[in-house]
Design a protein around this ligand. Structure first.
Ligand SMILES: Cc1cc2nc3c(=O)[nH]c(=O)nc-3n(C[C@H](O)[C@H](O)[C@H](O)COP(=O)(O)O)c2cc1C
Length: 187
């Protein structure tokens, strides 16, 4: 059974992207397990001096190991200033310097949510660009942009309740499952 990990690009408690991420396990097709990845919240800012003196921080190795062990990774991330949120970019920067860089050949799917109308369309292309350098295998379609997202969650529970979004996410997860079957090396 393919096991997927999900990485949320937002660190804040009330994150809409986390609400999307939380909805994934029950929208996944039978046989696809989706669990949250270990957090990157405690990664120090990337500095080659840290890497060269005390080595990679433990939290970097923990996330890297989870990525290596997964059949695929789903990013649920906001767009910051038309680009990748700093915390997430910092995490990718640390991971990119590891020996046995864990993203090589790894199937990836991307989702983004924003209160704005485009749903974070621009961050997805920035993230794809970094994932090219990391030699990951990013699925092209279907794309998930949750625009005008505030109205799409239950105000009290944070549950995703927009049927069109739910259907699109179901389609993407089905496609990701097939993508992993076709291209994944671990499944
Ligand atoms: C530093 C910063 C930059 C932002 N830049 C963008 C942006 O470029 N495009 C966009 O759609 N929303 C932008 N926003 C608004 C975020 O989409 C919004 O805060 C969203 O709720 C963040 O995701 P989260 O709810 O998962 O934390 C920005 C927010 C912050 C804090």
């Amino acid at each position: 059974m393919p096991n997927i990990i999900s990485i949320c690009g937002s660190l804040r408690k009330g994150s809409f992207n986390r609400m999307v991420m939380t909805a994934l396990p029950k929208l996944a097709p039978a046989g696809l397990s989706i669990k949250e990845a270990p957090s990157f919240a405690d990664f120090p800012l990337y500095n080659a001096d840290i890497q060269n003196s005390t080595g990679f921080p433990a939290a970097v190795n923990v996330l890297a190991e989870a990525i290596r062990a997964a059949d695929g990774v789903i990013f649920c991330t906001p767009e910051y200033n038309f680009s990748i949120p700093g915390g997430l970019k910092n995490a990718l920067d640390w991971i990119s310097r590891l020996p046995q860089q864990p993203f090589i050949g790894k199937p990836i799917a991307i989702q983004s949510a924003s209160p704005g109308p485009l749903g974070g369309a621009r961050i997805q292309y920035e993230l794809r660009k970094s994932l090219v350098f990391l030699d990951a295998l990013t699925m092209n379609k279907p794309e998930i942009f949750v625009g005008n997202c505030v109205a799409k969650f239950d105000e009290k529970t944070g549950e995703l309740e927009d049927d069109a979004t739910i259907n699109l996410i179901r389609q993407q997860l089905e496609a990701f499952s097939s993508f992993i079957e076709r291209h994944g090396t671990k499944a």
